[in-house]
Design a protein around this ligand. Structure first.
Ligand SMILES: Nc1ncnc2c1ncn2[C@@H]1O[C@H](COP(=O)(O)OP(=O)(O)O)[C@@H](O)[C@H]1O
Ligand SMILES: [Mg+2]
Length: 279
C-alpha cells in the first residue's frame, strides 16, 4: 500500500515538459522535469538543432515563454529551418511568445542580438528577454554552448555552473547543445555534461552507404529512462520523430580497446593472406 502511495506521489510532484518530438517523451517518463538543465550533445548534422526547434515549438503550442539563443545560425536561418517543419516562429515572435537571441549576426540596432560571445552578457540578455515575455513557465535553448568557450575550454564547467544557478531562479527548463567529437571531447563536451541534470546524445553512422541517425538518453535525473539507442528520422514538412529501438546499445559504439585492436589485426591478416594481393 505504502509503495503505491509513493509512486502516485512521485508522479504527481514531478511536472514534465513535452519535447514535441513524436516518440521521444516515452523514453524519459513523459518529458523533461520542470527546471532541468539538459545537455544535448553530438557531432554536426545529427539533429541537435532540429530537436531544439521541436522543444520550442511545443512550448509555443502549450503557452510557455520561449527563448532561443542561436550562435551558429542566424535568426533568419532558424526561422526558415523551422518553417520547413510547419512551425511558424515568425508569428510566435510577433505574438510575444518567442524571443530569438541572435549571437551570430550581432546587428547593432537589434535589441535581441549579442555583440560579444560573453557569458555574462548572455545571461543578462536572457533575463531581459524573460522580463519582456512576462511571468510564467519558460523554455530556453542555447544552441550552441560550445561557442562561448571556444577560446577558453578550461572555463566550460564554471560557466555551465553559473548559468545553471541563474536560470533556475527564473523558472527555465533549458536545453544546451554542445558539439561532440571524440578527439575534442575535453574542450566541447566536458563543461555542460558534468553539471547537467540530463544528457541526450545524438549519433550518426553509415550503414550500407546510408546515414542513419540515433538518439540515446545517457542521463536524466529522477527518471527511469530508456537505456536503448533509438533510430530517429528527420522528414521535410514534419521534422524529427523516433522511428524505433535499435538492437544497438551504447557499448556497441564504444568497443573495448583490445577488441578493436584484434579486429584491426584480423582485417590486416585477411588483406595479406589474399593470394592475388595487389600490394
Ligand atoms: N527540410 C528538411 N527535410 C529533411 N531533412 C532536413 C531538413 N532540414 C534539415 N534536415 C536534416 O537535418 C540536418 C541538420 O540537423 P541539425 O539539427 O541542424 O544538426 P546539428 O546537430 O548540427 O544541430 C541536415 O543535415 C538534414 O539532414
Ligand atoms: Mg546545430
Amino acid at each position: 500500500m505504502r509503495r503505491d502511495g509513493d509512486v502516485h506521489h512521485q508522479r504527481r510532484v514531478i511536472e514534465r515538459l513535452g519535447t514535441g518530438v513524436p516518440g521521444f517523451d516515452q523514453l524519459i517518463g513523459g518529458g523533461i522535469p520542470r527546471g532541468f538543465f539538459v545537455a544535448v550533445v553530438g557531432e554536426p548534422g545529427v539533429g541537435k538543432t532540429v530537436f531544439s526547434i521541436h522543444f520550442i515549438a511545443e512550448g509555443i503550442r502549450v503557452g510557455d515563454k520561449n527563448i532561443y539563443v542561436t550562435t551558429e545560425e542566424s535568426r533568419d536561418s532558424l526561422i526558415k529551418q523551422s518553417s520547413m517543419f510547419g512551425f511558424d516562429f515568425e508569428r510566435a515572435i510577433n505574438d510575444r511568445k518567442l524571443v530569438i537571441i541572435d549571437a551570430l549576426m550581432g546587428h547593432r540596432d537589434d535589441p535581441w542580438s549579442l555583440h560579444e560571445l560573453d557569458v555574462d552578457e548572455l545571461i543578462n540578455k536572457i533575463i531581459e528577454a524573460k522580463r519582456y515575455l512576462g511571468y510564467g513557465r519558460a523554455r530556453l535553448v542555447i544552441d550552441s554552448m560550445s561557442a562561448f568557450w571556444l577560446d577558453k575550454p578550461a572555463m566550460a564547467r564554471k560557466y555551465s555552473y553559473n548559468i545553471k544557478r541563474v536560470l533556475y531562479r527564473w523558472d527555465f527548463t533549458a536545453l544546451l547543445t554542445s558539439q561532440y567529437a571524440v578527439t575534442t571531447s575535453l574542450g566541447f563536451g566536458f563543461g555542460i555534461e558534468h553539471v547537467a541534470d540530463g544528457v541526450i546524445r545524438f549519433r550518426k553512422s553509415i550503414v550500407k552507404g546510408r546515414m542513419h541517425r540515433y538518439v540515446i538518453v545517457e542521463k536524466m535525473r529522477q527518471t527511469e529512462h530508456s537505456l536503448t539507442m533509438h533510430e530517429i528520422e528527420i522528414v521535410n514538412g514534419k521534422g524529427m520523430r523516433v522511428v524505433g529501438s535499435t538492437e544497438y546499445r551504447k557499448e556497441d559504439f564504444s568497443l573495448p580497446q583490445h577488441v578493436t585492436a584484434r579486429m584491426i589485426v584480423s582485417e590486416l591478416k585477411k588483406l595479406i593472406e589474399t593470394p592475388d594481393n595487389p600490394i
